[in-house]
Design a protein. Sequence first.
Length: 272
Amino acid sequence: MKVLLVFAHPEPRSLNGALRDIAIAELKTGGHGVQVSDLYADRWKSEVDRTDFASLAPDARLRVAAASGESFAAHTLTDDVLAEHEKLLWADTLILQFPFWWFSMPAILKGWVDRVFSYGFAYGVGEHSDTHWGDRYGEGTLSGKRAMLVVTTGGWEEHYAARGINGPIDDLLFPIHHGILYYPGYEVLPPFVAYRVDHLDEVGFEDVAQRLRDRMRTLATTAPISYRRQNGGDYLIPTLQLRPELGDPGATGFALHSTERGSLPALPDRTC
Ligand code: FAD
């Protein structure tokens, strides 16, 4: 396998830094190729602005999607973005690793998505018609590849359970899983989540590390989340509503968009 690990933590000596090194070592031991985008170390520019689009006339109004699409088609995106495109095309597996901050990814990683997932590359792909609403949600530039999150949380696993105060982790990660990764075509693997890590002792650390090694060893064989494909017949076009006969009667919410009932199956690495 060829793995791109995008890492978003400001401190290399952090828990996340240690877990990143463990993941890389395990992948290399397995004979896999690994590239890393270390966003803080690389001083990644996270905000989209007009300096991203050199061909935009100085007095032109910036319309981000249009400028992104024009620059992508004209091969005039900035070198840092183009380098990330090359890595994404090289990799058959993408890992996004980050501490859970305010129920989401750190801003620098969101900014990596905003700038790297360009129009024509990750969105605005494919034909739009009465029967086909673009190549997205299971189709697109990155289809045939796998993606997975490696996340650490301060909150306990119980706080992220079905009835926990924080809301279910599968729901909280849905915008990243479905909206960012499945959208441009990735098959999304169940996440690796290490809960309640802020006061981790050596025993707890070794448990998390071992579970992460196990996940790295099974990256190629782990079954992805069974999201429904947009153009696979489950949705009405153009409303993109799930057909009324599908899903549990009366059900609403994120779980409708996977063919599994309820939340994701329990995996060994999701039990701490
Ligand atoms: P670190 O602080 O680096 O380490 C955590 C523990 O691991 C420490 O006890 C440390 O001693 C130990 N450790 C580190 N490295 C090793 C090693 N090599 N060997 C052994 N032990 C080690 N949490 C939520 O649940 N939900 C939120 O919405 C949320 N929002 C947040 C927002 C912000 C802005 C911040 C700063 C934190 C937030 N948190 C939240 C908590 C956050 O998710 C955790 O603090 C984070 O996941 C911890 O990861 P870290 O890499 O920073 O850990």
